[in-house]
Design a protein around this ligand. Structure first.
Ligand SMILES: *Cc1c(COP(=O)(O)O)cnc(C)c1O
Length: 470
């Protein structure tokens, strides 16, 4: 896809459409002289160089990568019109695209009914899910794993609900016994499960919690902001195609080894959050919330004096806490899904490559004398630390910080991130460590670009040389 060509086509397409309404003069107050614009643009592009190379396979740090060119073209083209998906009158075309893209997300998770919409982020999507949780179980709180995204504790505060953090096991997944202890107190209305924690990519046992929640009369919300699209590798949802070996994309690639049970059970959750701006190839500003029971729309009821309703169809603004939302976000997602749909053979192949990269690197780290795997990756996030003798938390922390900094400087840079591991979490996985302090930073690489697959040897080689004692 030639981005320059398609951006040119985008401006022409919108100009041609605009021209059908007749000519008019742009107001002089908006006119900017070319020379001044050139100077400002020069300064602007110069300043943008103050960034890490998120696009490059040697960037193996945080959850960051550029959107797919189809998303860029979809976004910018629609942005020239600038529809607002708050109301149908704000942009009928992009409102329809939003409904279609959201229906594809619901089908991906195996929902047979749904009410849902895009949001500007996973944070707002989770806020909406927790808001509905509160309305359905007034006076009762939320249980989430101690490794869940911090937004849950924070949004409970905003919503004046009590949040109950639940201990995790030695793989970073919610501990079932600890959850049941909390459920017995009768103070929880909704359990939040994370399929793909932000730190470790750990997948909570949704299939085991769903029956437990049912027994206690408690709802289940799945925060799949990061990991949601991995359901495509687990044979879950309507898009699954077992004949071609779901999860491998084509039959010739190595299996991606994702246990299907938690992913299949997501279809039974009451609500789901997924972030297309994380693994759906979208620019920032694209989260999504889905409810299995469309009736929950009643909690959003409002009367807007500002929007004029020219149709009786459902307005997305009537089922959203946010008012103005970029129609361009829906356009970008819709166009991307036309080309790379959320199916095993579409977007699934993109995620499978990152998953294979993580498995490959984990195997190399396990065989290394200079690096140790913190825990086995459940998705595409690899966590590791330098092998030291004597091994203390203080030494691991200092060495991880040094490797992070050294990796970015010098002629062949690698970009990593660090993650803080508490003393208990660390010793549960590595009992031989001398726990001389309350935790340590370890190294973390989110391999969310499919290109990572072909750069693992290089990354590993660089990491070994950074970790090797001088
Ligand atoms: C990223 C993330 C969030 C927050 O989403 P934003 O889009 O960053 O607001 C919530 N939960 C999980 C599991 C996440 O990974």
């Amino acid at each position: 896809m030639d981005l320059q060509h398609w951006l040119g086509r985008a401006t022409h397409a919108i100009q041609d459409w605009s021209a059908t309404f007749g000519p008019y003069e742009p107001h002089p107050s908006l006119q900017v002289e070319e020379g001044r614009f050139a100077a400002a643009f020069e300064e602007f592009t110069g300043r943008l160089k103050d960034n890490y190379p998120f696009f490059h396979p040697h960037y193996a740090g945080q959850m960051l990568k550029p959107p797919h060119p189809a998303a860029v073209v979809g976004y910018l083209t629609a942005m020239l019109i600038n529809p607002n998906n708050h109301a149908l009158d704000g942009g009928p075309a992009t409102a329809a695209m939003e409904r279609e893209a959201v229906a594809q997300l619901a089908a991906m998770f195996g929902y047979d009914t749904h009410l849902g919409h895009l949001t500007t982020s996973g944070t707002i999507a989770n806020l909406e899910a927790l808001f509905v949780a509160r309305e359905l179980h007034p006076g009762r709180g939320i249980a989430h794993s101690a490794d869940a995204h911090y937004t849950h504790g924070r949004m409970c505060h905003v919503l004046d609900m009590t949040s109950h953090p639940v201990r995790t096991d030695s793989q970073g997944r919610m501990d079932l016994e600890a959850l049941e202890d909390v459920l017995r107190t009768d103070q929880v209305g909704t359990v939040v499960l994370t399929t793909g924690t932000t730190g470790l990519g750990a997948v909570d046992p949704v299939h085991e919690v769903v029956p437990l929640a049912e027994r206690y009369g408690v709802r289940v919300h799945v925060d799949a902001a990061y990991g949601g699209f991995f359901t495509l590798l687990a044979g879950a949802g309507a898009g699954a195609d077992t004949d071609t070996g779901a999860g491998t994309g084509t039959g010739t690639e190595a299996p991606v080894d994702l246990p299907p049970e938690p992913w299949r059970a997501i279809a039974q959750a009451d609500s789901i959050v997924v972030d297309p701006h994380k693994h759906g190839l979208q620019p920032y500003g694209c989260g999504a919330v889905l409810f299995r029971d469309p009736e929950v729309g009643r909690f959003y009821l409002h009367d807007s004096p500002y929007t004029y309703f020219t149709s009786t169809d459902l307005h997305l603004g009537e089922i959203s806490l946010e008012c103005s939302r970029a129609g361009a976000s829906a356009a970008a997602l819709w166009l991307t899904f036309r080309l790379l749909p959320p199916t095993p053979d579409g977007l699934g192949r993109v995620l499978a490559a990152g998953r294979r990269a993580a498995l490959k690197w984990a195997a190399l780290i396990e065989a290394s004398e200079f690096l140790e795997l913190y825990q086995h990756p459940q998705l595409d996030i690899v966590t590791y630390f330098p092998a030291l003798d004597p091994a203390t938390l203080t030494a691991v922390d200092a060495a991880s910080a040094r490797i992070l900094a050294d990796g970015m400087s010098g002629p062949d840079p690698v970009f990593l991130s660090t993650l803080r591991a508490g003393r208990e979490e660390f010793t549960a996985r590595h009992p031989k460590i001398t726990a001389d302090t309350d935790g340590a930073r370890i190294l973390r690489s989110v391999l969310m670009k499919p290109e990572s697959e072909h750069h693992i040897e290089h990354l590993h080689h660089r990491l070994e040389s950074l970790a090797r004692p001088a």
